[in-house]
Design a protein around this ligand. Structure first.
Ligand code: THU
Length: 129
């Protein structure tokens, strides 16, 4: 299954009763496996989690740590753009040149590299001594 299809399907399962804004994310890891996530909101608003965060958590729980490709999709007027926190989370596990496809349900697509979404990211390399 394509990442776009996987992200589209998981978006249907998003829990977004407060914003009504459902997001789906799918990523491929170095092994070729696909991991998906959707946003999960909470009555205590700041406790909600983004779709990208869910997909990353599933990848890490499966024992993987390198992302090679990402797709994010939502029903919005222009391709969904990962929030700042998700850009930082992606940068932790993806090389600068990893492509992120931002999509709309209506069929719009925009592709940017992780390094262009968050130039100069604080990354694991900074923690090396
Ligand atoms: N959201 C995501 O899941 N990913 C993003 O990159 C942007 C925003 C979610 C968070 C919240 O549940 C809803 O979209 C509205 O902000």
């Amino acid at each position: 299954m394509s990442l776009l299809q996987a992200a589209t399907e998981v978006r249907e399962r998003a829990y977004a009763p407060y914003s009504k804004f459902k997001v789906g994310a799918a990523l491929r890891s170095k092994s070729g496996a696909v991991f998906v996530g959707c946003n999960v909101e909470n009555a205590a608003y700041p406790e909600g989690t983004c779709a990208e965060a869910g997909a990353i958590a599933a990848m890490v729980a499966a024992g993987e740590s390198e992302i090679t490709e990402v797709v994010v999709i939502a029903d919005c007027p222009m391709p969904i753009s990962p929030c700042g926190g998700c850009r930082q989370k992606l940068a932790e596990f993806a090389r600068h040149d990893v492509p992120v496809t931002m999509a709309t349900i209506a069929g719009e697509r925009r592709e940017m590299a992780v390094g262009d979404l968050l130039p100069g990211a604080f990354a694991p390399e900074h923690m090396e001594s």
